[in-house]
Design a protein around this ligand. Sequence first.
Ligand code: ADP
Length: 431
Amino acid sequence: MHEDFRAELARLGLVALLILLFGMASGAWWLALLIGLGGYILWQLQQLWLFEEWLQGLKSNRPRLRGIWRHTADRISRIRSRARQRKKRLSRILHRFHDTLETMPDAAVILDDAFRIQWFNSAARSMLGLSPGSRDHGRRITGRLEAPELALWLDGDPTGQPLELSLPDPPQRELELRLAPFGKNQYLLTAHDITELKRIQRVRRDFIANVSHELRTPLTVVVGYLEMLAEEELPGEIRAALSASLRQAERMQHLVADLLMLSRLELEGDTQPRNEAVAVPALLRHLVEDAQRLCDSEHPHPVRLHLDEGLGLLGSETELASAFGNLLFNAILHTPAGTPIDLTWERHGAGARLVVADRGPGIAPEHLQRLTERFYRVDKSRSRERGGTGLGLSIVRHVLMRHDARIEIESEPGQGSCFRCLFPPARVVKL
Ligand code: ADP
């Protein structure tokens, strides 16, 4: 037991003893009890009064309290001093946090659970046009930045994917917004200025598109003359040189065509492709006919078709033909002559999928992640020799993205490869 409690009990015992002695001496027990207990209660009330004044902060110095009151006041003092220290520590952390956000070149806005503005740094003023003072505090961010895509993004799953936003007000800027849950039901919205990055991307894309476009006509002429010359009677070495030149010129034509296709896909970016009902089974049959012409005529690749004839897709026929064609041509180009290829077009849950499976050499696992990058080839010289451009799977990825679809690649060295294109239910149509 604490010594203050013991002192309090001793005090109570003394009062009881005094009452007893006074009662025995005078015989007036009631009077003794009244005086003893009344005095004790009055003293306790005085202590309570002092304690209450101190608790309310009316007295700067702590009054002289005794017994249980001193003990309670000591405990409260300790709790108060701990709380003061914690508050100081928290405010130091908060200041450091604000200072860090303030020095950030990116805009940072703290939002509550209803996406109302709670705080923002100075970069947010210049980048998002938020006003200092209280004008923008408490306003929904969508009310301040009027962009329909921002509201759509916030209504979806904003913490998953960043949003690219164009602000039309001069100076026109392009921003990348990210949202991270923060504290209790709060969010940290950051905006990074990607105007320059986008400009450089545009310059690069336009440059590639222009160069490819400019190369197309001279290449057609060169290939035309080389084909014409190849029909002439020519000495052996000249014929060999001519056919090598023709092969290289045709390879360049493929490269230019693929580069143009990629630039076009990039240029159209997020805009929806033409939404026509594409008869996928017929499209695949045409592609197989074209592909067979590529095969070694002595040992053609048998292409086994497994087609759901009633299943079509909503999208751009040209783009889908390019994507599916690339997968089929790859299965022919990168597998030994005569090996079979399975081409399956079927329902997959409520969606649909195209599966191109071969029995070729397969691809080692370390390459799988990077296969859809531009110019990424497992074996550069072999791919070139077979007429590959290194752009095929990149085109496939872009086309699928524009059709809300994705690619899955499964392959094991020595066992063959399997490329699956998975389309969502919204893209499926009945034929
Ligand atoms: P390429 O024009 O070289 O075929 P792609 O982008 O279409 O370019 O393919 C990238 C690389 O992926 C190819 O160079 C090849 O190494 C590998 N690849 C693609 N498809 C297959 C396949 N069916 N079997 C084995 N390797 C493949």
